[in-house]
Design a protein around this ligand. Structure first.
Ligand code: HEM
Length: 835
């Protein structure tokens, strides 16, 4: 029936179009609405089907590794609305396009037949318009003091810049197969620089495969450096998949067919694959990343120049510990303990870890973490739900879960300490101040302790040295190439085994080491197998894997990713390259050029860049030309820069990204006014070792947890590691919590945190009585009241100076019965500073 109406209306509009081909006459609003309703039903049904099917698979315990990845990458909350709106819009325009095409028998863009007003209506009803309109920053409280959960209004000129659920930034234009939305290599025989691209699984088998026996460990850095990288990534990037299991256009289930049909982009298995059967019906299912509203086939863009498909980052671009606090308002509230006034994060109310807090459980119905029975083969084993964190990947592996747990505890420890210092602070202030301190710790750890080991000395000094100050014109958004390629460098630094160590840093039979492939989505191991302490000791007490050219990706992630039983396990190397093609990321040489590096054009030049003839030969047997190499593959194949753990290309891309994140963040901890000088000084002493000491039962740690224990970096007792002094956060009761804002202090002087000692004050009054009479006492008292309530003074000298000045002005007023002239202006200015 719907179709009949559509066709009838189309007939009318075709007649109109024929009699007067003016575009502005268009297809007509009712026709558009019909197609929108149909698209909406299509999308809603597909989402519902996928949700029900996923739930049923989880309940029947038949989830495949591809299901696990798909479920992990499901958009939730506001991200889901963003993805749904994009799907509504894209499907409406697809239906319009298909039907116009059917009737006209030639290709026409639906957008050519829709007047602009209709497209605007579609943009509104699909929800797309709301995703690009700028929110008002005026109504948001404490904007200079605290971050919003979504980071809207970090940049006051462009409020959505760096906010969650906005598109990734392109540093180089996308290179889609059809120039708009089809992934690179969608058309298998398409040639790039005269050559067909190799299958990603073939590249993985021939270049990335390694044997655990040949594994080389890092001689300098510990495994916590790797996991801390993943921790940072989960603060910065999350690219959601479309929630639909099946193709919108033909209803095909992505995991039941090897056909390429949006959103299915399966990985084809090459002949002779050592693990997987090859052939037309054998593939690893891959779901495409969801598109941004109005990009790709939506054929309608909101004012930007190109209309190529873009991908969504559901996280904020800022280093704001979104993985602890959430990047959307609702999740942020769900993570808080709102039943007490202590500003705490919610903790698990069923289990503890040797008396210490654990993360709360996720309320999701589908329990992806019920893996215990399958892994232990014990059908009576008790299962537990997944943990809930600020980022959905909290359960991805138990080492990562331990970091989440430790930082959750640190927040609560800080909130409790702040409450002791300022008992009158309300829950909101305690939460926000603890969150702010945590965010600063993280920034200190990343720039001072982590990045130098990754990007090396040169990039550190050229791009990430001294803080240059906030620049609102710097775009902090995460680049697509950063999340899809460069920052995945550390997949090569993952150890195949998660070590668990006892108090003597020894392996212990009671909680043995866990092979990584048995540590995915296993919160039960944290709960029932000795908590986080053995895992944290394992991370700081053991080396990272060294990502060498001969030994790249361990089998735990290349052959057994998310495998719990005999299902088709995923291959992280293939996924990284397939994702790069899905996002149409330009290839190796384009990025070398972008970074001002040489662009090898043949085997000899590639061998020189890689400092390895054998590897260059093997790469070119697959790709035929260096220009075609997938950028992730090329990047991880490069030898390390001096002092770093990535090659020159990734060093450049990673350093660029962190430079932008720091300089484009209005609330960066070093930016003027974010913290007081005393607070900043205290924060500079923050230390990851101390966080471990304060939030676990561990009593000895390496001074620098990122470096291997040796003579210079010995295991030291926690008592010898200084704690960040919180006294600079102490406030005087009468000032109230609202006055902690450091922004004003920068402009108006620092808040006075001392009172005039009683004997000094009495002597002062006595002198006044002797020399100036009783009016002077009144003046002095008034001056004291004014100073305490209005002024910000930073030193005792300034206090005395201000005191004498006001007293003098007041005496003058009392004696002469005239109004002082300077004082009101002075007070007025100070009041502006205060409020
Ligand atoms: C046990 C360790 C790890 C596992 C199992 C793991 C697994 C994964 C998986 C399955 C994906 C999604 C692949 C896709 O379909 O595109 C992914 C994405 C990613 N990984 Fe890892 N990873 C690990 C460690 C790391 C580390 C150490 C880093 C960086 C230092 C990292 C950085 C990334 C990044 C940047 C993404 C893209 C995230 C997004 O935008 O959605 N991962 N990882």
């Amino acid at each position: 029936m719907n179709q009949l109406v559509c066709v009838l209306m189309l007939g009318i509009c075709v007649m109109q179009a024929n009699s007067n081909p003016s575009i502005s006459e268009g297809l007509g609003r009712p026709y558009l609405m019909e197609c929108f309703e149909e698209a909406k039903t299509l999308v809603d049904d597909a989402y519902k089907y996928s949700r029900d099917e996923s739930l049923s698979r989880v309940r029947r315990e038949v989830v495949s590794p591809a299901d696990i990845l798909r479920l992990m990458k499901q958009p939730r909350g506001d991200s889901r609305s963003a993805v749904r709106s994009a799907d509504y819009m894209a499907q409406t325009l697809r239906l319009l396009h298909d039907r116009v095409h059917r009737v006209h028998k030639r290709s026409l863009n639906a957008t050519d037949l829709l007047p602009r007003e209709d497209l605007e209506v579609l943009s509104k009803i699909s929800g797309c318009a709301a995703r690009v309109s700028d929110p008002s920053c005026r109504t948001i409280q404490n904007l200079d003091k605290y971050r919003t959960a979504t980071s809207v209004c970090n940049n006051l000129m462009s409020p959505r810049l760096g906010a969650s659920n906005t598109p990734f930034k392109r540093w180089l234009p996308a290179q889609y197969d059809d120039d708009v939305a089809l992934p690179i290599g969608w058309e298998r025989n398409r040639r790039f620089n005269n050559f067909v691209l190799p299958l990603v699984r073939d590249v993985s088998n021939r270049i990335l495969a390694s044997k655990d026996e040949g594994l080389v460990s890092d001689s300098e850095y510990t495994h916590i450096l790797t996991l801390f990288g993943q921790w940072i990534d989960h603060d910065l990037t999350f690219t959601p998949f479309s929630p639909s299991l099946r193709s919108f256009s033909n209803g095909l289930n992505c995991d039941e067919s090897c056909e390429r049909s949006e959103p299915c982009f399966p990985i084809q298995i090459p002949p002779g694959d050592p693990r997987l059967p090859s052939g037309p019906d054998s593939c690893i299912p891959v779901f495409r990343s969801a598109p941004v509203c109005g990009t790709g086939y939506s054929e309608y863009n909101f004012g930007s120049v190109a209309n190529k498909r873009e991908q969504i980052n559901t996280l904020t671009a800022f280093l704001d510990l979104g993985q602890v606090y959430g990047s959307e308002e609702k999740l942020a509230m769900d993570l808080r303990n709102l039943t007490s006034d202590a500003g705490l994060l919610r903790v698990n109310d069923k289990y503890k870890d040797n008396g210490r807090e654990l993360l709360p459980f996720s309320p999701l119905h589908a329990n992806m973490c019920a893996t215990r029975r399958r892994v232990t083969n014990d059908s009576n084993a008790q299962e537990v739900p997944c943990f809930l964190g600020g980022d959905v990947r909290v359960d991805e592996n138990i080492a990562l879960t331990s970091l989440h747990t430790m930082f959750l505890r640190e927040h609560n420890r800080l909130a409790r300490e702040l409450k002791k210092l300022n008992p009158w602070w309300d829950s909101e202030t305690l939460y926000q101040e603890a969150r702010k301190i945590m965010g600063a710790y993280n920034q200190v750890f990343i720039f001072r302790d982590y990045l130098p080991h990754i990007v090396g000395d040169e990039a550190m000094s050229m791009k990430l040295g001294r803080y240059p100050g906030y620049d609102p014109n710097v775009d902090p958004r995460i680049a697509n190439v950063f999340s899809t390629a460069a920052y995945r460098f550390a997949h090569l630094a993952i150890q195949p085994m998660l070590t668990r160590l006892d108090e003597n840093y020894q392996e212990n039979a009671s909680n043995p080491n866990v092979p990584l492939f048995k540590a995915f989505f296993s919160p039960w191991r944290v709960i029932f197998e000795g908590g986080i302490d053995p895992l944290i000791r394992g991370l700081v007490g053991n080396p990272a894997k060294l990502g060498t050219q001969e030994n790249m990706l361990v089998d735990a992630v290349r052959e057994r990713l998310f495998q719990f039983v005999e299902h088709l396990a995923l291959d992280l190397g293939s996924l990284n390259m397939q994702r790069g093609r899905d996002h149409a990321i330009p290839r190796y040489n384009a990025w070398r050029k972008f970074c001002g590096l040489s662009q090898p054009s043949n085997q000899a030049e590639l061998a020189e860049v890689l400092n390895n003839t054998g590897l260059a030969t093997r790469l070119l047997q697959l790709y035929r030309t260096p220009s075609n190499i997938d950028v992730w593959m090329g990047g991880v194949a490069e030898p390390f820069v001096r002092g770093g753990r990535v090659g020159p290309l990734f060093s450049c891309l990673i350093a660029n990204q962190f430079k932008n994140i720091r300089q484009g963040d209005r609330l960066w901890y070093e930016n003027m006014g974010v913290f007081t000088p005393n607070q900043k000084k205290a924060l500079s002493t923050a230390n990851l070792a101390r966080i471990i000491c304060d939030n676990t039962g561990i009593s000895r740690v390496p001074k620098d947890p990122f470096r291997l224990v040796n003579a210079e970096n010995s295991l030291v007792h926690c008592s010898s590691i200084p704690r960040v002094r919180l006294s600079p956060w102490r406030e005087r009761p009468r000032e109230g919590p609202d006055e902690a804002g450091a922004g004003k202090e920068q402009q108006c002087g620092q808040r006075l945190n001392f009172t005039l000692e009683k004997p000094i004050a009495c002597t002062f009054y006595l002198i006044l009585i002797v020399f100036a009479g009783t009016n002077a006492i009144l003046a002095a008292i008034a001056a004291e009241v004014i100073i305490m309530n209005v002024f910000f003074v930073s030193s005792f000298g300034q206090y005395i100076h201000t005191y004498i000045f006001i007293t003098y002005e007041l005496i003058h007023m009392f004696n002469s019965h005239t109004c002082p002239q300077i004082l009101p202006t002075f007070l007025f200015n100070k009041l502006i500073c205060k409020y």
